[in-house]
Design a protein around this ligand. Sequence first.
Ligand code: GDG
Length: 761
Amino acid sequence: MNSILNSFKRIIIVSYRLPFSIRKQDDTFTLIKNSGGLVSAMSALSEKLSPDIDGSLYEKIIWIGHSDNTEEEFKIAGGASSEFHLIPVKIDETTNNLYYGGFSNDFIWPLFHYFPNYAVFNESYFEAYVKAQKYFFEQIENVVRPGDLIWIHDYQLMMLPGMIRERMPDATIGFFLHIPFPSFETFRMMNRPWREAILSGILGSDLVGFHINDYAQYFLRAVSRTLGHDVGLNTVLVDGRIVRVDAFPIGIDFKKFDEASKSKKILNDIRQIKTMLDNKRLIFSIDRLDYTKGFINRLAGYEHFLEKFPEWHGNVVFNMIVIPSRDDIGSYQKMKKEIDATVGRINGKYGTIAWRPIIYQYRSVPFDELVALYSLSEVALITPLRDGMNLVCKEFAACQTKTIGVLVLSEMAGAAAELGDAILINPTDKIEVANAINKALNLSVKERELRMTLIRKRLQTYDVFSWAKDYVNNVILIKKEQDVRKVVIMDKAIESGILNSYNSAEKRIIFLDYDGTLVPYSRFPELAIPSDKTIRLIERLAADPKNQVVLISGRIRNFLDEYFGNCKIYLVAEHGAFVKLPSHEWVCEIDNEQNWKLSIIPILHRYSNHCAGSFIEEKTTSLAWHYRNAEAELALAKVNQLREELRDVISNDTRLCMMDGSKVIEIRRAGYDKGSAALKFLKNNSFDFLLAIGDDKTDEDMFRVLPQSSYTLKVGVVPSLAKYNLRTQTDVSVLLGDMVREEKTPVKLLGKIMNSIIEMI
Ligand code: GDG
């Protein structure tokens, strides 16, 4: 753990609210820590921090968040013992109401939980949302130092990463969303400028984390459709910077709940509650008052259970605890009234003098009582209509050390993606809920044990500490990747450096890719042909006896022969499968057996039929599926599916491999690529100037293997293993033109000298 943390100088956590408040009594201030999972995780990280050599760094995690208390008050209350250096952000009441109550809770919260009807669209909300985040930014700016990791949390701060990136381009920023990210159809309901601002804001981070892969994929789709950025399986390219987008399902402090459930004090509580229950089997739920939690649906499911399975009357009790929240707001009061009425009606309908089917409590419960209730419940009925993750179901499982209970869990909770051994239900289907309760109560002890053991194992292994560690580790990885694939645009100074080396070299080799490098892309490969000017340029380059020019392409032999057959250059076709020396015949460099194509062609045809605009190109040694002309989003979906399918085929036939090109997927025999092809030219030869230019993913193989001293140039502002990037394909012609011209300079100079001598005579 330490080695991970020590990769950063300090960690700065930013969340809407500070996880502490101060109780003032007389003149003493006491620090009260809330019991959220995030605080536990960060406390654990804090404990693992080691003091710096001079003791001044790593001393604490800095936590920035809204609070009405001052930094001074926190210092007095916490003294030196607090694990965190707490920095409060002040927000005036009017702004906070519009920002937190308004945009965050009355707009983003309902929309992201698929309740668009509850979403209030209000321009002043958005203005306050931007304004308040600037307050957070100011505090960050005051404390941040190079080498810090800034980890921002949740939907109240979605624009903050972008604000930081704009002012501090080198900052290390993580963002984690604790609520769901909705599908594009829901997300697009947002006003266009808000959508763009929010997505661009989040993309200011280096790592964007969600609870589950679905949310990550919905986010990527929203980015691709709204901002048009180049989106990969788990990455987005933002101005040449790779942003990673991934799932990190938050865990709980498993040990804390597990151990508490076995403690003497709680076992005593359990005994007392059990006596009160008088052997009735306990069904349990606890949630904050919110429309996303599905109270009415849950009650409908329970009512249907009572109706359909009367044998349970008098033998079960459903303890539903609702934690007060936002009940100063009209819609929440209405919701509470509806819950009160429904509970009353069900108890009135089925209750007897000796039995109340629902014990309903509207209050918070202390930790010990919560653990006792989790421990002795036989069924946890967790039925949110939407929930980013849901920690309650995990805490319930962590406390199942005595009773072996069953988890009935809504498939709309993020936790369902992880806890497949629960009984998963659709919370809006009361029949399914009723049947699930009955099934849970009737499950054999053996099956209960099997299910619960698997759930607990998962929660124990990936607890909140592993989650935090995993997240931080991934920030380090993406930073490393960004570093390796850094975009450094070739400027005048770099170009003149290249030209100087070129001019002073005696033996040079120049590798040039074709499509996207020597010629721009066209709708169809046949249309991308070199202009006379380009051919002349290559001829002039090749005419210099110091130069060895290698055209290294994925194209077929005939095409290269047609346009470059008369140039005195080396040709490499089909990514290295064929090589031709000037004035020689083509040589095949690989075993060219082609039967493998028979199984691949039908697959590619199927994808072409389903993706208008895509087409298949058959080469001697490979098959290519081009999707440049297909509708972007459909193509993205299809290409992902095709990759999966081809991966399966390849895993059964190790002779084959798959290549990702520029809007093309190519499948061919394994064992060679542009890199190995390029290296053959270097064998037994020493060059004092090496240049390689390419635009494609397949050119990366070449960039990877060429000696460090080579000049490797990537066409396009995209991360690459190449040393430098050229903005566009035309920059290639300019550079090659300059090389040829530079070479001419001494001749020109000599001409001028001769002329002046003649004039003198
Ligand atoms: C967001 C997302 C996601 C609640 N009342 C009492 C109490 N609690 C504790 C529970 C649990 C937590 O609060 C509630 O869990 P949630 O999962 O609903 O978390 P939230 O912070 O509300 O919500 C959610 C989560 O972030 C984490 O990323 O799972 O989807 O909406 O830990 O134990 N604890 C005690 N007494 C209470 O009265 N002791």
